[in-house]
Design a binder for this molecule. Structure first.
Ligand code: IVH
Length: 674
């Protein structure tokens, strides 16, 4: 910029640049300059405005956050009511909706074009722009009257204070959803916990709470975004389709959902629904369904409204991920390592697509954080494959006479003392393998598929064998007699023979399985394999000291200490010897560079493989030294994409990670295993 440019022009030039970079960064998520450059321009403008306060405009990027808190929110009457949507819960509802429209339009055989968008789970708001300037922001309220939240919406960076480009209507009311992305929510809650503050229950509540602040500086500190999905008052011309209008909004600097798409007919809608449901958990924000709208605005007009909802739109809801239920009791379970876990027994409730009747409470810190008691009404959440969890207690529904939960002093199963070490969140039964609960869990682990894989010996049979004192340690399994088994409940001659056969077959095993089966704390399947590949024999693992153990990939000081302490306990050595004496055997592994050609590499498998099962592919890769991970990151070396691979494949492509298909994987495995 040359010296003789008038200061006001310079200020306007800086503003235009800042608006552009703001749009690239917050709306398109594609910044073109580094943050420091944005900061430099911002500081330059700020300095200019400090020297020349008369140049400050209220749509200047420096004016987002007001410093005077409001006494209360004003009210705003919506010139056009903010409507709600009808819901569909399955394909039949959707087909009925489509048929209603076609019948009403008298075109039973012509497919309608629909605009599809995710239904964001946030707060509906209206923004009013006059001559391109944001002049007002309001909540939906009851649809006719909302609250004036102008101060707060101005702090949200994806909302332009001035529209970009030109050609926008003189008055333009934009409607959309303000929401908190999942990552921002997690960060905000971590911060709250670290400050001993109460975390938010979910991103929607966090967004609502953040918008309801009278002090906009608080709102400004919250990671909020806005995505636009329709218009209200328009004084001027707009495109003649819904998707066309939204694209215009995007051109003027407003954020629209990148998943928006136009499809033909109800079957197109259902395909979109299925595709997005599969990616729901991977989306960076919460959604609770898909909104389908007739794309032609003329057709929308012909269809009109019924009471408070348009005929031409519908929300196809996902099964609820949160539900209300009652805690019948809180019990304590004893795990394989003695960990005593409080578990809530629930009035069964259908949530996230399954019936849930138990929810782990993890440890007493969690019980205290939630303040949960038997008898409470609680919000249960089950999202995707995540285990069901209690999100919060509905305090006002607590019945009289409930009691706080107390950690038992002695093990509920064996009565041994319960000990909680200072640096651990969990309390443990001190009974070790004398505790039947720990014994049962240790045995169940020993026989499990990824350990010794003794099929036929189910969990119920283990419980019964331990209860009858027929089995104390894994070695006892190998001394079971046909008569003992056939006399057990629901066992006959044939099943007893089958069980004995699979026990016999399991004697011939592999070193990684055997190490995993021992149930050493923190030694999962992958670490057991690493130990086997690194040391080659059980003797070598046993003989290793802490430093040597840490030489194995992925073994840190904590795991090394657990391994060491396991092999120092005479009781464990006795069990191993008894197993070997009973005939359990394996081949040692030759330790050489050759056996780990994929050492240090991380592979991710996604989609459906046709010639291999996932676990076969995983095992073969691990045998070659690779780590097989569940999610794609910058550290991923290769992604194997089978049929119908979804978001992991997309992520790999976006990170530029090499992707192999199944046949390429097979060729590579064959070469390396040769
Ligand atoms: S359209 C006339 N589109 O869902 C059409 N709504 O009951 C009005 N919502 O409160 C809404 N995402 O806040 C529309 N892509 C989307 C949406 C969406 C979320 C919310 C909206 C409204 C509720 C509908």
């Amino acid at each position: 910029m040359s010296q003789d440019t008038p200061v006001s022009q310079m200020a306007e030039h800086l503003r235009a640049q800042l608006r552009h970079h703001n749009y690239q960064y917050y709306v398109l998520d594609a910044p073109t300059v580094p943050d420091v450059e944005y900061d430099r321009l911002f500081q330059q403008l700020k300095a200019l405005e400090t020297d020349h306060p008369e140049l400050i405009t209220d749509d200047s990027p420096t004016q987002r956050v007001g410093d005077i808190p409001l006494a209360s929110f004003g009210q705003i009457d919506h010139e056009m009511p903010m409507l709600s949507l009808d819901n569909a819960f399955d394909g039949d509802d959707m087909r009925a909706f489509d048929k209603r429209l076609k019948d009403r339009l008298d075109q039973p055989d012509t497919e309608l074009e629909y605009a599809c968008e995710p239904k964001l789970d946030g707060i509906a708001v209206s923004l009013l722009y006059e001559d391109g300037k944001l002049i007002r922001g309001a909540t939906r309220g009851d649809g006719s009257t909302g609250e004036d939240i102008t101060q707060n919406v101005r702090t949200i960076n994806s909302i332009p204070l001035r529209l970009l480009g030109e050609g926008y209507p003189r008055r333009l009311e934009v409607r959309g959803e303000i929401y908190m992305p999942k990552a921002g929510f997690d960060k905000l809650n971590k911060l709250a916990v670290s400050r001993d503050e109460k975390p938010f229950v979910n991103p929607r509540n966090a967004a609502a709470g953040s918008l309801r602040q009278l002090d906009s500086r608080i709102t400004a500190s919250r990671p909020l975004e806005m995505c636009c999905y329709s218009v209200g008052i328009v004084e001027g011309e707009l495109a003649d389709t819904h998707t066309g209008v939204l694209k215009q909004l995007s051109g003027w600097g407003l954020k629209i959902n990148p998943e928006m798409q136009a499809v033909t007919g109800v079957e197109g809608c259902l395909e979109y629904y299925t595709e997005l449901s599969a990616r729901r958990d991977a989306l960076p924000y919460d959604i609770d369904g898909i909104v389908f709208k007739v794309n032609s605005l003329r057709t929308q007009q012909r269809l009109g409204f019924v009471s408070r909802a348009p005929r031409w739109a519908i929300a196809h809801k996902f099964p609820a991920q949160e539900e209300l239920t009652e805690v019948k009791a809180i019990e304590f379970q004893v795990g394989r390592t003695g960990a005593i876990t409080p578990v809530a027994r629930l009035e069964p409730v259908f949530v996230g697509g399954v019936t849930v009747s138990n929810a782990t409470l993890h440890n007493m810190d969690e019980v205290e954080r939630l303040g949960v008691r038997a008898g409470d009404s609680v919000v249960i959440r089950r999202a995707g494959d995540v285990i069901p969890q209690i999100v919060s207690v509905v305090a006002e529904r607590r019945p009289v006479g409930t009691e706080p939960v107390i950690m038992p002093q002695s093990c509920p199963v064996c009565d041994s003392a319960v000990i909680r070490l200072e640096d651990e969140a969990v309390a443990r039964c001190s009974g070790g393998l004398s505790c039947p609960a720990q014994r049962k869990e240790a045995l169940k682990h020993y026989i499990s598929r990824k350990a010794m894989d003794i099929d036929g010996l189910g969990e119920k049979l283990i419980d019964a064998l331990v209860e009858r004192e027929l089995v104390h340690s894994p070695a006892d399994l190998y001394h079971l007699k046909h008569l003992q088994l056939s006399k057990m409940e629901r066992m006959g001659d044939k099943s007893a023979t089958n069980v004995l056969n699979s026990i016999e077959v399991s004697k011939q095993t592999e070193l990684p399985r055997f190490i995993y089966a021992l149930g050493i704390r923190e030694v999962g399947e992958a670490t057991a394999r690493t130990l086997a590949m690194h040391f080659g024999s059980l003797e070598a693992v046993k003989a290793a000291d802490e430093d040597m153990l840490q030489q194995a990939p992925d073994v840190g000081p904590v795991v090394a200490r657990y391994i060491l302490s396991f092999f120092r306990q005479p009781h464990n050595l006795d069990v191993i010897q008894a197993l070997i004496d009973a005939g359990v055997h394996w081949a040692d592994i030759e330790v050489s560079e050759q056996s780990v050609p994929l050492d240090g590499q991380t592979w991710v498998l996604t989609g459906t493989l046709e010639q291999l099962t996932r676990s076969e592919a995983k095992e073969r890769l691990q045998n070659l030294g690779a780590k097989v991970a569940g999610s794609v990151s910058k550290k991923t070396s290769y992604v194997v994409a089978g049929a119908a691979a979804g978001s992991k494949l997309e992520k790999a492509e976006s990170l530029g990670i090499e992707v192999l298909d199944e046949s390429q994987l097979l060729v590579r495995l064959a070469e390396l295993e040769a």
